[in-house]
Design a protein around this ligand. Structure first.
Ligand code: KG4
Ligand code: ZN
Length: 366
């Protein structure tokens, strides 16, 4: 029963989790999260300097708390995992460096995890196998549709060309004078509103590809504001109409992607998948079209270390570990972290554009 301790520090949540796994599945023994929302809220967004300082202040205590919660001694940990990217460089470095230091001190393997892979696998946490499906990751930094053939076998089908879905929620919330992060506030405000009150654009929805665009929607909300006399009383309708436009695009694109890839299983992950109206809309459509819908429990939608521990355990189970000089990468592409040969070609293509062939191959073979 290998025990994995994982650290997540890619943005504004410091998190530590402990997971015990075997061939039949795994069990989460502890999951601790220290949120920095209150520290960043006065600035209307995440301040990298504040984030990294806070990570280093709370991490040690969080590790101790997670070990206590799991009722294990640190010497019983078999694998140390940490988020390597994407994220804020200075934040990533705190958790990544601490994890590598623990791996050295304990003489245990280190596994670097892609934060997006953590989100992508989170709806399946606890299970022993990852079924073929379409994954929709909707977070503050990413909006992405992927074909998942199995663990480590991912093909990106589409992503946002501008704002991520969560970013659109946050920016629109800011325009409307709602606190950061905006998603939960927009959702709460939308509860009493009419989603048909304003007709907002559905970016790229009829285009024959799986990319997204939310910047036109955001601008449309901005241009609507001066035309409203009483903003306070229009807020519920504005929020409900904006929210429906986002959900509509995400749903239509996901359904098309399922159809085109001949799949009947969809999995949602990332902070925006916490939205109750979105979950209900997806469930209704999936029931109608006989599609299996996998949703992360709300506690695993936003950033957490349980999903990093799960991804780390799966990677470890497949014989993967990373060297102790492994770097963090704020722009780590999803495909560079795959390790199966079938995705090798796409790994090279994705990475070549960014880093050049030599560096790409060095990353793949290390
Ligand atoms: O996955 P996450 O914790 O962080 C990233 O990896 O980016 O996602 C955070 C995002 C924020 O943009 C936040 O506004 C959004 O998730 N979010 C929501 C809801 N809860 C969080 N968006 C819509 N409705 C929600 N209930
Ligand atoms: Zn995230």
């Amino acid at each position: 029963m290998p025990i994995v301790l994982a650290i997540e520090s890619s943005c504004d949540e410091t998190a530590v989790a402990v997971l015990s796994g075997n061939e039949g599945g795994c069990e989460l023994l502890a999951s601790e999260i220290s949120s920095q929302i209150a520290l960043h809220a006065p600035h209307g967004g995440v301040v990298p300097e504040i984030a990294s300082r806070s990570h280093s202040q709370v991490l040690r205590l969080l590790i101790e708390q997670a070990l206590q919660q799991a009722r294990i001694d640190v010497k019983q940990v078999d694998v140390i995992a940490a988020t390597a990217g994407p994220g804020l460089a200075s934040s990533l470095l705190v958790g990544h460096t601490a994890a590598k230091a623990m791996a050295v001190a304990l003489g245990k393997p280190f596994v670097a995890v892609n934060h997006l892979e953590g989100h992508l696998l989170s709806p399946f946490l606890g299970t022993a196998s990852i079924p073929p499906h379409i994954a929709l990751i909707i977070s503050g930094g990413h909006t992405m549709l992927l074909h998942v053939a199995g663990p480590g076998r991912y093909r990106k089908i589409g992503s946002t060309r501008d704002d991520a879905a969560g970013e659109a929620f946050d920016k629109v919330a800011k325009m409307l004078g709602l606190p950061y992060p905006g998603g939960p506030h927009v959702e709460r405000m939308a509860r009493g509103g009419n989603p048909k009150a304003f007709s907002f654009p559905r970016g790229l929805v009829h285009e024959p590809h799986a990319d997204f665009s939310f910047s036109g929607l955001k601008t449309s909300v901005l241009y609507t504001l001066p035309k409203i006399d009483d903003l306070a009383s229009a807020l519920p309708d504005l929020c409900a109409s904006f929210q429906e436009a986002v959900i509509d695009v995400l749903l239509q694109k996901s359904l098309r992607c399922l159809r085109e890839n001949g799949l009947t299983h969809l999995a949602l992950s990332g902070g925006v998948s916490m939205n109750g109206t979105l979950r209900a809309a997806f469930q209704k459509a999936c029931d109608k079209y006989k599609i299996t819908l996998s949703l992360s429990p709300p506690s695993l939608c936003t950033d957490n270390a349980a999903m990093i521990a799960f991804a780390g355990w799966i990677r470890h189970r497949m014989g993967h570990s990373d060297p102790l000089d492994a770097p963090v990468d704020p722009n780590l592409p999803m495909l560079s972290h795959t390790w199966n040969t079938s995705s090798f070609t796409s790994v090279c293509i994705t990475s070549r554009r960014k880093f050049g062939v030599a560096f790409a191959c060095q990353r793949i073979f290390r």
